[in-house]
Unconditional design. Structure first.
Length: 239
């Protein structure tokens, strides 16, 4: 579904942030992308979305990420931003959700049907006509996920989806993510959330992949995490 082949990505041409990164994500996988601050997680997401220059090859469902293919690539990928305020820019949840599908050429009736189906799927029908500025942090995060799903992407990218949420809303978002069948790549410092939602983890440090394997195998490896400026998930303390 998603493949990086010897990818080096830049913000400035002489300053690479990702270094010769290679991995593949199969359709339906849920992959946690972890690492300390500055490890390259956000850079990797931006490169996948075609927002940064890169060397090497990035493909999504067999299509290479280039300037020419960006419209096709971005229809395949849905991106849930860390700050929902940067994503929910229309007055109401409904207007945000319908914007993408109609921009892709759906009729109002088709877009309405898609919006209603997503809201039912996520049990969010009561939010449909709510004003975004009146939503709680958890409601806004769920609405942002719904907005992305309304565009029917083949893969969903999420950047710190549980940050700044209280325990109840954090659990709601985790349960929702876990139930999504779409291919998922999730960046987070919340390793307990990664444990709960991802079957695989890729650990980055200073722009390189230093570990790639089963989530519980990597997340229980205290020495590996400490060597790369991280700590065990909170659930493992005291064992």
């Amino acid at each position: 579904m998603i493949r990086f082949e010897n990818v080096t990505a830049y913000y400035e041409k002489d300053t690479p942030i990702l270094h010769n990164v290679s991995f593949a994500v199969e359709r339906g996988e849920a992959v946690g992308l972890i690492g300390a601050n500055g490890a390259g997680k956000t850079t990797l997401m931006r490169a996948l979305l075609g927002l940064l220059p890169h060397e090497g090859r990035i493909t999504v469902d067999g299509t290479e990420v280039t300037k020419k293919t960006l419209p096709e690539i971005r229809r395949k990928l849905g991106f849930v931003l860390q700050n929902s305020d940067n994503q929910m820019f229309m007055p109401t949840v409904y207007e945000d959700m319908i914007f993408g599908p109609m921009n892709y050429g759906l009729s109002r009736e088709e877009a309405d049907a898609r919006v209603d189906a997503v809201l039912v799927r996520l049990d969010l029908t009561e939010l449909k006509h709510r004003h975004n500025h009146k939503l709680s942090g958890g409601e806004k995060r769920m609405a942002a996920i719904a907005t992305v799903l309304a565009m029917e992407p083949e893969a969903i990218l999420m950047d710190e989806p549980t940050s700044a949420l209280d325990p109840k809303n954090r659990r709601l978002v985790i349960n929702t993510i876990r139930e999504l069948p779409e291919t998922k790549i999730i960046t987070s410092h919340d390793l307990d959330m990664i444990w709960d939602t991802c079957n695989r983890v890729i650990l980055l440090d200073r722009g390189t992949v230093v570990a790639d394997g089963a989530s519980q195998e990597i997340l229980q490896n205290c020495g590996l995490l400490e060597n790369h400026r991280m700590e065990l998930p909170l659930r493992l303390y005291g064992r």
